[in-house]
Design a binder for this molecule. Structure first.
Ligand code: BG6
Length: 485
């Protein structure tokens, strides 16, 4: 079903995000028949391009990021015909009246501004949109990072809030648009089986891993100001934690879900100078090997030997409420790790007593694994009896549901869903202002405590699972990181 007619203006239209994600996502939705005839996309950037040059840029983006088999038909030209380009200096001056003219007399179409720019431009662009009368009845989409700490996030939210009311601000966390993340809600709230067990009486601990095998690539400049905590943990990983830990919302309405996530963020046990060493580990990769080839270390990629930016972080978090008291949530994320895998592991408690002989072998804990990528799916590990006529021998085996095998349909990219949700006016999968602020409130004292430490992040070899201290972090508690394969 097509969404309502819209005009989407993308600032930073010649940048990486537009090229890799936004244009391909919009094209896919067009291909699926979800863009109405009146849908229009205005690309904006500082570069002086004419219409043909911008369409050529977009065509190349599709060729690079959409499978060739989907680019055969007339749909490519139909999509490119929806595009228009206007050169605008985001911080003021040139181009704004052209943009205002292009959007004048828009009538009924839903007006969306997507700020796919460097974060320092979010404020100035909103100001210009306000000054040119373009913010009225419009929606604005911003990408993380939203600030670099609580103070800057408050200031940015304030600045945006001067021109856009909260119900027209869409703060994207693309992890919330991932198919399996949505499935987490289906698993939890569409099955009667799990909810009675979903608490500290039955769950031993939770692990959330977002491991990347790539390094910082050409983003070292940005990354060095952020690090793994600001780049991944403050947003993507805390959002995953919220979806695992939140109370059932009364519906999937925007605020119903976001209210519950906010309560989780506010219940996180504070980590500061006193416990930072016991509960967190920072790492930075050194030269090593990845996918069989030698790769340089972070400092070489950055071209500086001074940086203390962490490319890996592991945290033992706790949610201090009745449901989760005493259940650790071990989080870890990093660049240049052994493989690219993102998953949530919920490990249940052991059976209280074994009725089997020693010869049956150990009884392992049940485990629910929600795999976000690659090979999205869900596995439930159970104990069963090995087949055969002899005595009982037990095995730990998974009930394995791979989405690719079970549903032979294309898995849409997170941006496809999220972009259309903006047009639909559905904010459920977007972060509300108070959520972002609550996340910073928890993260700030950790960043401060790290700053006070004398030691730099611990080195780890590229292509491994991070510093050994991260292994010690969980093994001290008699547990171990679980890498599913
Ligand atoms: C982004 C981070 O938000 O997420 C990147 O800025 C990271 O550093 C990326 O690589 C990971 O996203 P995905 O969807 O590839 O897991």
């Amino acid at each position: 079903i097509p969404v309502a007619p819209f005009v989407l203006t993308v600032f930073g239209a010649t940048g990486d995000l537009a090229r890799r994600k936004l244009l391909p996502a919009l094209f896919h939705r067009d291909l699926a028949g979800q863009l109405p005839d009146e849908a229009e996309i205005i690309g904006v950037s500082r570069r002086d391009l004419d219409q043909d040059e911008f369409r050529q840029f977009a065509r190349q983006a599709l060729m690079d990021h959409v499978p060739a088999s989907e680019l055969q038909g007339s749909e490519v030209n139909r999509f490119l015909d929806r595009l228009r380009y206007i050169a605008v200096n985001a911080e003021g001056g040139e181009g704004w009246t052209d943009l205002a003219d292009a959007l004048a007399g828009e009538g009924e179409r839903i007006r969306v501004f997507y700020l796919a720019t460097a974060p320092h431009l979010f404020g100035p662009i909103c100001e210009q949109l306000g000054a040119h009368g373009l913010a009225e009845n419009a929606r604005v989409v911003i990408e993380k990072p939203i600030g670099k700490d609580l103070a800057s996030a408050l200031a940015l939210n304030e600045q945006i809030g001067r021109y856009f009311s909260e119900d027209s601000v869409y703060r994207i966390d693309h992890y919330l648009g991932k198919e399996t993340v949505q499935n987490l809600m289906a698993l939890r709230f569409a099955n009667a089986l799990l909810e009675p067990l979903w608490n500290n009486a039955h769950i031993d601990h939770v692990q959330i891993t977002v491991a990347e095998s790539l390094g910082v690539e050409e983003r070292a400049g940005y990354y060095d100001t952020a690090g793994a905590m600001r780049d991944m943990l403050q947003n993507h990983m805390l959002q995953l934690l919220c979806l695992v830990a939140m109370e059932p919302p009364h519906s999937l309405d925007d605020d119903a879900v976001r209210d519950e996530k906010l309560k989780v963020l506010r219940a996180l046990k504070p980590i500061d100078d006193h416990n930072v060493n016991a509960l967190t580990v920072r790492g930075q990769y050194r030269a090593g090997a990845s996918s069989g080839g030698a790769v340089p270390g972070y400092l070489e990629e950055l071209g500086s030997d001074r940086s203390r930016t962490e490319t890996f972080v592991a945290v033992k978090a706790e949610v201090e409420n009745w449901r989760w008291a005493g259940v650790p949530f071990y989080l870890r994320t990093g660049k240049r790790l052994a493989s690219r895998v993102s998953e949530i592991v919920v490990e249940f408690r052991h059976v209280p007593h074994s009725v089997f002989d020693k010869s049956a072998g150990p009884i392992e804990a049940n485990r629910l694994v929600i795999r976000l990528q690659p090979d999205e799916g869900v596995k439930l590990w159970l104990m069963i009896k090995d087949p055969g006529p002899g005595g009982i021998r037990l095995s730990h085996v998974p009930l394995d549901m791979s989405f690719a095998k079970a549903f032979k349909v294309r898995n849409p990219d997170a941006y496809e869903r999220l972009l259309l949700d903006v047009v639909r006016g559905n904010q459920t999968l977007f972060m509300r202002r108070d959520e972002v602020e609550a996340a910073w409130k928890w993260v700030d004292p950790i960043l401060n405590a790290w700053r006070h430490l004398k030691e730099p992040p611990r080195p780890y070899t590229a292509g491994t699972w991070g510093p050994s201290a991260a292994i010690a972090l969980i093994e001290r508690d008699g547990r171990t990181w679980l890498e599913e394969s």
